[in-house]
Structures are given as C-alpha cells and as structure tokens.
Design a binder for this molecule. Structure first.
Ligand SMILES: [Fe+2]
Ligand SMILES: [Fe+2]
Length: 168
C-alpha cells in the first residue's frame, strides 16, 4: 500500500519546486537584462535579479523552519516558461517588438511564482507555521509588485513601440 501523504508532504514538495524555479530564474534574468532594449526594462530585470537572491535566502529559511535540507526538484513548468522566453529573444532579436515580448515572458514567470507562493503561504498558515507564512508572503508581495511594474513598462512604451514599427 502507498505510504500516506499529507499536507506537510505537499508543502515540502512544492517548496522544492519553487526553490528549483527561483534558481533557474536567477540565471535567466541577466540574459533578459542583456537582451532588453530600453534602459528602464534593463533596470527592472536587474532589480528583480537582486530581489530573487533574497527570495532564495527566504526559501532556505523556510527549509530550515521545517527541518529539511534546501534542495530543489526539477520544475518542468519553469523550464518551459523560460524556454519560451528564450525563443522570443531569438525570434524577435533586433526588432521593435522585442521588449514587449520580453515583458510578456517575464510576466509569465511572475504569474507562475505568484501561484506557487500563494499556495505555499496558505498551506503554511493552515499548518500553523506563522514564520514560514510571513517569509512566503514577503516574496509573494515582491512578485506581485514586479508584475505590476512590468505592466507599467508595457503600457508606457514597449507595446506602443512594437505597434509603431508595423505602421512604419
Ligand atoms: Fe522569485
Ligand atoms: Fe519573480
């Protein structure tokens, strides 16, 4: 018979998933920064790269709180999302639509993170782990803020530039 699994197991499993994802993202952000055309977008990716380092540290603290080693587990979802971002970098290189495409790829990453941190925070609360919930919420807020900032950059210029090139 299969061993009984509980919410604790789900929590640990999902923590490993996002730990893997964050480390992937940490490596992807500098590439996106280099690829971005506008200085504002480059700065946004750089800022979030720094934040991501702190987010990885928070996850290590959560692992410590549950008495487990900080270890990742391959996350196919983030692999796919990042691969799509790389495709955009290749296919739209040197075009006016590049930044709009990079923003869309980055927002797909943020939304994946938001769903993971949202779930983990809820489960931590459910399991009575207040400190873990606090750490996870701090990161969730950063991901939401980043997503909002990217929307602003898209609205402020990237989408318009991408459209304008077509008319030209
Ligand atoms: Fe993150
Ligand atoms: Fe993020």
């Amino acid at each position: 018979m299969a061993k009984e699994k509980t919410l604790d197991d789900l929590f640990h499993d999902t923590l490993k998933d996002i730990y893997y994802a964050e480390r992937k993202i940490l490596k992807a952000l500098p590439k996106m920064q280099r690829a971005a055309q506008s200085e504002d977008l480059k700065a946004a990716f750089e800022k979030h790269r720094d934040e991501t380092e702190g987010q990885i540290e928070r996850l290590q603290q959560v692992f410590e709180l549950i008495g487990k080693a900080a270890r990742g587990k391959t996350c196919d979802a983030i692999e796919g999302i990042i691969a799509e971002g790389e495709e955009i970098m290749d296919e739209f290189k040197g075009t006016a639509a590049l930044d709009a495409g990079l923003i869309s790829a980055a927002q797909a990453v943020e939304h994946y993170e938001m769903t993971r941190y949202g779930t983990l925070k809820r489960w931590a609360t459910e399991l009575g782990m207040k400190d873990a919930a606090k750490l996870l919420d701090a990161t969730l807020q950063e991901e939401m803020k980043t997503d909002g900032d990217l929307t602003k950059l898209a609205d402020a210029s990237a989408n318009e530039r991408a459209k304008a090139s077509k008319a030209a």
